[in-house]
Design a binder for this molecule. Structure first.
Ligand code: UD1
Length: 416
């Protein structure tokens, strides 16, 4: 399946269960390397990045068994610290194997990681922090190699609250010698899930106020069974879809309070949101208003991963809106395609100015990264006529089956 085909201009009505979280599953799979035994992870999303991570773990000596959404990772025989180029270059998250491999084997080497093209994605913060913990890192231009004779706990302050660097430090610190105090760390919910998993494995991690973690190194960790939480970004994407296309949807299992400013923005735009025990109801049957100025940022600000999906809703709203992107410097790639559909968005450095009140027209458009691809699918739902989103594999990196989910919400969407 190479594309998504959408017949547009219809509202969404129905319910969908939110899949397990990609951004929680990937670091937790990496953290399973720290445990010399079988960790069982339930509710893993069936997406390409999880598949790549399984292959990487197998290639370095782990035994992996999969049954539907359950993955059993046995890292008892972990033997190789060289990560295979084939997968590392496809998936940025492979960088988060550095901390656990240094912790377990005292060495790691990898080519420069790939991933979505959303701007500069250096790994200097990871390297600096791991070096402070005793690793010596060398970059030969093609890849990175790091070695250590045991990591040691220390006091660290990240220059920016990077999600990946925080995860790497946490994973390195749980088996390090002594106490690590990490300041200005990321506070995204996925950090909490990773710490929760590691705590279930016997790690000692304490949150000391916002942006500060205290990790006491242990001699070893033990296996556990853990359920991956629902994906806040997938839930947020479907919330934006209902906001943009109108209708009433029930998002079963949607996490509560994990999408920062999103829910307040949606309400400002005219949606009514209601939470029941295990679901989020989203209703947007009246006209859509501009939310004014929205700015992405580290949690709990508006999530950068939902910036492109929200742009589509802004394009339909009455009045001008603006979206300032402060996390990734190349994350407006989708604007060109949205403008081909008639969105009329102007880019001014890190800000997209969205005039609003536009009826989009169905077109053949091309995804160039994960969340921008999802935004094009949402644009297709709102557009007059038919839309085909090419390069569907970008969308499949994060959504188990976006066509299945949107059909459950009543959309006319097909695999192409
Ligand atoms: C993670 C998420 C991604 C999300 C992002 C921000 C996963 C698998 N991916 O990505 O979906 O969009 O958090 O919420 O969880 N930076 C540096 N040096 C570094 C590391 C980062 O300058 O060493 C910069 C990046 O270029 C970027 C910013 O910090 O501009 C944020 O990056 P980071 O928080 O590290 O994002 P990821 O962990 O890559």
């Amino acid at each position: 399946m190479k594309s998504v085909y959408i017949r547009g201009n219809a509202s969404l009505y129905g319910e969908v269960t939110i899949q397990g979280s990609k951004n929680a599953a990937l670091p937790i799979m990496a953290a399973a390397l720290l445990v010399p035994g079988v960790c069982v992870l339930r509710n893993c999303p069936r997406i390409a990045d999880v598949e790549y991570m399984c292959r990487i773990l197998e290639s370095i000596g782990c035994r992996i068994e999969r049954e539907k959404r359950e993955i059993r990772i046995d890292a008892a025989q972990l033997s190789d610290s060289r990560l295979p180029e084939e997968y590392v270059t496809r998936m940025r998250s492979s960088v988060m194997l550095m901390g656990p491999l240094l912790g377990r084997l005292g060495e790691v080497s990898l080519s420069h990681p790939g991933g979505c093209v959303i701007g500069d994605r250096p790994i200097d913060l990871h390297v600096k922090a791991l070096s402070r913990m005793g690793a010596s890192c060398r970059d030969d231009g093609k890849g990175l190699a790091a070695v250590c004779s045991g990591l040691r706990g220390t006091s660290l302050r990240l220059a920016y609250p990077s999600v990946g660097a925080t995860e790497n430090v946490v994973m390195a610190a749980v088996l390090a010698d002594g106490v690590t105090c990490l300041e200005n760390c990321a506070q995204e919910p996925e950090i909490g899930w990773l710490c929760d998993f590691l705590t279930h494995c016997g790690a000692s991690i304490r949150r000391q106020g916002p942006g500060r973690l205290l990790i006491r190194g242990r001699k070893s960790l033990h296996p556990c069974t853990y359920t991956i939480p629902a994906d806040r970004i997938v839930a947020g994407t479907y919330l934006c879809a209902c906001l943009a296309a109108g209708g009433e949807v029930r998002l079963k299992g949607a996490p509560e309070g994990e999408n920062g400013a999103l829910e307040a923005v949606a309400e400002r735009m005219g949606a009514s949101l209601r939470r029941t025990q295990n679901a989020l109801w989203v209703k947007r049957t009246s006209p859509l208003f501009s939310p004014g100025r929205v700015e992405t940022g580290s949690f709990p600000a508006f999530p950068t991963d939902l910036q492109s999906p929200l742009l589509v809703a802004m394009a339909q709203a009455e009045g001008e809106s603006s979206m300032k992107e402060t996390v990734f410097n190349g994350r407006f790639g989708v604007v060109k395609e949205l403008n081909r559909m008639g969105a009329g968005i102007r880019l001014d450095a890190d800000t997209a100015v969205v005039p609003g009140g536009r009826m989009l027209t169905g077109k053949r458009v091309r995804a160039s990264e994960l969340r921008g691809g999802a935004a094009l699918v949402i644009a297709g739902l709102c557009a007059q006529g038919e839309t085909t989103v090419e390069n569907r594999f970008y969308v499949d990196r994060g959504y188990e089956d976006i066509c299945r989910d949107l059909r459950l919400l009543g959309a006319c969407v097909q695999d192409g």
